[in-house]
Write a protein that binds this ligand. Structure first.
Ligand code: ADP
Length: 479
């Protein structure tokens, strides 16, 4: 099966097209990948916002708190403001988390809680912002010394020469590594999702491509006349329905192939029997004859020729039906007269075969618009079948009735009957339920077509071993 998929892929590639599998995978995976990239960007953005925001509000609140302390100190006349500020910076109790700096009125760092004093070119964008801001607070989020930092400067409301602002600086390294951890987890989950999408995709595409490939391969075999293979139906979905429909088509094809072969062989047989008789008698007569055998021979030759002619006519009618050239010469006729004409042909035969033929001989006429010869042909086919499938000693009962708008003719026999499984098929072309009797299997198909084309119906009821009733209903001519 794998090879079949590869073969299909190879052939579609050679046509410059991509296989369903490749197309599906490329489409789904690229959509999933784009979505996951967008989701990851959002996760990064919102996490960063959240963490940096929390850090910022923490440092700003720290700055505000020290501002409050400083205001109190300033008001306390007993304290030395400068030394208090120095004390605050030097003994800053959150050294672990952030660094506190004091800045003089020239914007130079005078003291730091860590003891490290930056040089004079040290840039402090937050200090610049604080100077121009309304509330005296400036925030800087950016890089310093190769690391991300958060710096908040608050201008002392009543500054001295050496202490005009306090600056809180915290490294964002920890936060960055936390964000990094979240992003790593998110990326792993994304890769996992992509893998799941790819694997389920492969499974899904396989469940479509494999049966389709199989159907394609089997169809090629059908094209070569091999109808033996069937597609296993493993699901109830569209693929299952397609496989089932395909198998049904294969059954039909196989069946009609079989029926056609049977038809050809039965028609050949049918033709051979009269031909053999004609050939035999002509050879006999050619060798010399007496008046009696001449008479007998000529009777056989004429009879068999008529039979051949009838068969060829039936075949021609059938081929006309098939090609759509089945034409009718419509006139107003008496259907009862046509029925009786057909019946006459079989009176002798039924006597010879010891089959009791009864007919209700109605007094009425049944005016129907139709083709005389073809309607007579319908009755001939039906009565012929009744005789053919009824054994000597049996009976055939023909009844003609009429109501306000239709004439109903039923032909019942006490013959072999038709099995229930064959009954729906006997009207189809070439179908022979009973293969022991002569016949091409198209008599009923032709009769049914003729009746249908006259706006009527031909129904068959039958019980195997008991007998068959064929009922023909034809509309009467509107008066
Ligand atoms: P055929 O030339 O084989 O008679 P038909 O189309 O006339 O072909 O009939 C189709 C099949 O229907 C027959 O092969 C036979 O099995 C069945 N059939 C038709 N009429 C009768 C009947 N009166 N009794 C039993 N079987 C019948």
């Amino acid at each position: 099966m794998e090879e079949e998929v590869k073969a299909i892929q190879a052939s579609s590639h050679s046509l410059g097209q991509r296989s369903i599998a490749t197309r599906w995978m490329v489409n789904t995976l690229s959509v999933a990948a784009v979505l996951l990239v967008v989701v990851n960007i959002c996760i990064y953005y919102f996490t960063r916002q959240y963490y940096y925001g929390s850090a910022e509000s923490y440092v700003v609140s720290e700055a505000n708190a020290s501002q409050t302390i400083l205001a109190r100190l300033y008001d306390d006349l007993s304290s030395n403001f400068s030394s208090e500020v120095r004390n605050i910076v030097e003994s800053f109790n959150k050294k672990e988390q952030m660094e506190l700096m004091s800045i003089n009125k020239d914007g130079v760092v005078t003291l730091t809680s860590s003891g490290f004093k930056p040089n004079d070119e040290y840039l402090m964008p937050d200090y610049e912002k604080a100077l121009v801001s309304d509330n005296g607070v400036g925030v800087y989020l950016g890089r310093d010394g190769g690391k991300n930092i958060l710096a908040v400067t608050t201008i002392i409301s009543r500054p001295s020469a050496s202490y005009s602002a306090l600056r809180f600086v915290t490294s964002l390294e920890k936060i960055d590594s936390q964000i990094g951890g979240i992003m790593l987890t998110s990326l792993i989950v994304s890769v996992f999702i992509l893998l799941v999408v790819a694997l389920t995709g492969v499974y899904f595409v396989k469940s479509i491509v494999v049966p389709i490939t199989r159907i394609g391969g089997t169809a090629k075999k059908f094209a070569k006349g091999d109808f033996s293979e069937r597609i296993p139906v493993t699901s109830h979905d569209e693929i299952g329905q397609l496989s089932r429909a395909f198998n049904e088509m294969a059954d039909e094809l196989e069946n009609s192939e079989q029926i056609k072969n049977d038809f050809i062989s039965s028609v050949s047989h049918e033709l051979r029997t009269p031909l053999t008789a004609i050939k035999g008698w002509s050879e006999t007569l050619e060798a010399g004859y007496d008046p009696e055998s001449f008479q007998k021979g000529m009777k056989v030759i004429t009879g068999e020729t008529k039979r051949l002619e009838g068969m060829v006519e039936e075949l021609l009618d059938f081929s006309r039906i098939q090609s759509g050239h089945f034409s009718f010469q419509m006139t107003t006729l008496d259907l009862i007269a046509e029925l009786e004409d057909a019946l006459l042909i079989y009176i002798d035969k039924s006597k010879k075969e010891n089959i009791k033929l009864s007919y209700n001989e109605p007094e009425f006429m049944a005016a129907v618009v139709g083709d005389k010869n073809r309607l007579r042909q319908v009755f001939i086919n039906i009565i012929d079948n009744a005789l053919k499938y009824t054994e000597p000693g049996g009976a055939i009962d023909i009844i003609a009735e009429k109501n306000d708008d239709a004439v109903i003719v039923s032909v019942s026999d006490t013959g072999a009957g038709i099995a229930p499984e064959d009954l729906p098929k006997v009207k189809t072309k070439f179908y022979k339920a009973n293969k022991t009797k002569h016949g091409s299997g198209i008599g009923l198909a032709v009769a049914d077509e003729i009746v249908l084309r006259h706006g009527g119906t031909l129904d068959i009821e039958s019980e195997l071993g008991k007998g068959t009733t064929v009922t023909i209903i034809l509309p009467l001519k509107a008066s």
